[in-house]
Design a binder for this molecule. Sequence first.
Ligand code: CA
Length: 240
Amino acid sequence: MEKQGSPLPLDARSADGSSGQRILVVEDDPLLATVIAETLRDLGYVVDILADGNAVAEHVRRKPPLAVLLDLGLPGRDGFSVCRELRTFSTVPLIMVTARSDSIDRMHGLDIGADDYLCKPFEPGELAARLRALLRRTRQWQSTSEHAPLHIDAATMQVSVHGVPVVLTPIEFRLLHTLATHPGRVYSRAQLLDSIYNADHVVNDRTVDSHIKNLRRKLVDAGLEDPLGAVYGVGYRFLM
Ligand code: CA
């Protein structure tokens, strides 16, 4: 594989670099969207606003943002559904914005791939702090991964170890991609299943174990120290 592919999260960058400071706000309440946009512009970001959940995936593909603020309650298609779709192709840092104080909703949002959440109403300062923290974590991961022996290219779905390509199945790639995007974070088998199959695909939890086993063998055979840590009784996490 060529060296020009960027390490994760590749889709936080744009081809020409011009959208590197772009934040996408998905919010159907025009007043709130304006307040959020003003807060972000004050912080120096370029802000795109979408009011329709159906337009998000296409927008993220076309103009990869630095981060996404995604409202949960949207007409037509809710934030959960949008988040699931984004996570099939993008690791863009994502904050779920919810009016519901229900902790089940918040947990579900994190389960399906949101990185953080904000409950309405929130202060501009809280938004700024959450966003800064999220982007700091993302940058740390980018800077460590640039020199790591394992290279994951989300755009081409290619993986290499010490510069040598490793052939993975699409499911193995998605497993690795999910785990590696949040090093140290523990994923349950159910969460990993969600990330590798469509929601309606019914499979046994133990399916994850066999995919992990195959993935581990391929990575170790390629010369990598095993990066897939088993968490007893729960699931797995990425150790690099
Ligand atoms: Ca809304």
